[in-house]
Design a protein around this ligand. Structure first.
Ligand code: HEC
Ligand SMILES: [Cu+2]
Length: 336
């Protein structure tokens, strides 16, 4: 085979498969449920491909072996009619068997995907235009906390998410871990999944929910169970008190400039509920629902003008002097 043909073939396969891996892919499953969904997809694909190839072959044979028109087209051809009838009957039976078989495969797959485990870690997730409220609730309120846009889970343990919406319909989708489920006001939907491997997976709102729907992503971080327990312990604690003068100024300004009306910071006077909880904002990996990585620069840019970064979102541009902004930024950065 000439080199250029081989090169062409290699490029064709590698390019077409290059999009299949990664942290947001149904074709690179990292959870028990997504694996099952991929199995089901492959079975459907294989059966459909075989049927398609068979149809194309028969069509080809029919075209090549075309008969001349009979002299008397209206004459009955008894043997031919009988054969045709048998073929149609046979194909009808095969079609029924295939449809029933695929229904069974689909049903069996759903039993895994929608299986319920009583010991699952339960989270409540509330969709907002355009961010995700994530509530870890335990029997004791001291063990319960709220975060946003970032879901940490232990590997190997089933996780149940209870899905609700604060406004319009959203849809929870982490392709690497499981299928989609809608978040609807006044209705509680549930979805369970188990991450097999530690890693960082990307989720995305999958139901058009308004202007910033495309910027309504989230991160799922699957951690080994002991690491998850440590994180949970830390997340339970109130926010760090600011260590220096500038931080203290920032904390006071956070209240004085109205941020506290919309944002909660545990252990402080800030108790607003309209925006994401900021108790540990300094340790989150992204801001504004996965729109930007969380760095001092992006956090500063967000506070300075959230409407520039995410036009139409529900945090207004706050009138702040530049020294006030620096103080608030310095304060938020310490909330690890
Ligand atoms: C009217 C309510 C409101 C006020 C006032 C407000 N915010 Fe927000 N804030 C929001 C909302 C809503 C979001 C989520 C926006 C989105 O991602 O769509 C948000 C997001 C944020 C985020 C990103 C959080 C994350 O996890 O992505 C930070 C940081 C933040 N606000 C800081 C501030 C600061 C500092 C102030 C005061 C200068 C402030 N906010 C004032 C409503 C408000
Ligand atoms: Cu949405």
């Amino acid at each position: 085979m000439p080199v250029w043909v081989r090169l062409f073939l290699v490029l064709c396969t590698s390019w077409s498969l290059a999009g299949c891996a990664g942290r947001q892919s149904t074709l690179d499953p990292q959870g028990l449920q997504s694996e099952q969904i991929l199995h089901t997809l492959f079975i459907f694909l294989a059966v459909a491909a075989i049927v398609w190839v068979a149809v194309v072959i028969v069509l080809g044979v029919g075209m090549v072996r075309r008969k001349r028109l009979a002299d008397q087209p209206l004459d009955l051809h008894q043997p031919f009619e009988e054969r045709t009838g048998r073929v149609i009957l046979g194909l009808g039976v095969i079609t029924t068997v295939i449809v029933l078989g695929l229904s069974f495969v689909s049903y069996a797959g759903q039993r895994t995907v929608f299986a319920k485990d009583e010991n699952a870690l339960t989270l409540k997730i509330i969709g907002h235009q355009w961010w995700w409220e994530v509530r870890y609730e335990a029997d004791s309120p001291h063990q319960s906390f709220v975060t946003a846009n970032e879901i940490r889970i232990p590997t190997g343990q089933p996780v149940k998410v209870e899905l609700e919406s604060a406004d319009v319909i959203h849809s929870f989708w982490v392709p690497s871990l499981t299928g989609k489920m809608d978040l609807i006001t006044g209705q509680k939907n549930e979805l369970q999944f188990t991450a097999k491997n530690a890693g960082v997976y990307r989720g995305q709102c999958a139901e058009f929910c308004g202007l910033q729907h495309a910027h309504m992503a989230f991160t799922v971080i699957a951690l080994p169970p002991d690491e998850f327990a440590r994180w949970r312990e830390h997340e339970n604690q109130s926010a760090n008190s600011p260590a220096d003068q500038l931080g203290k100024q920032g904390e006071a300004l956070f209240r004085a400039r109205g941020c506290a009306l919309c944002h909660n910071i545990n252990g402080t006077m800030a108790g607003g509920q309209l925006g994401p909880d900021l108790t540990h904002i300094g340790s989150r990996t992204t801001i504004a629902a996965g729109t930007l990585p969380n760095t001092p620069a992006t956090l500063g840019a967000w506070i300075a003008d959230p409407q520039h970064i995410k036009p139409g979102n529900l945090m207004p541009k706050m009138p702040l002097q530049s020294d006030e902004m620096i103080a608030i930024l310095h304060y938020l950065e310490q909330l690890k």
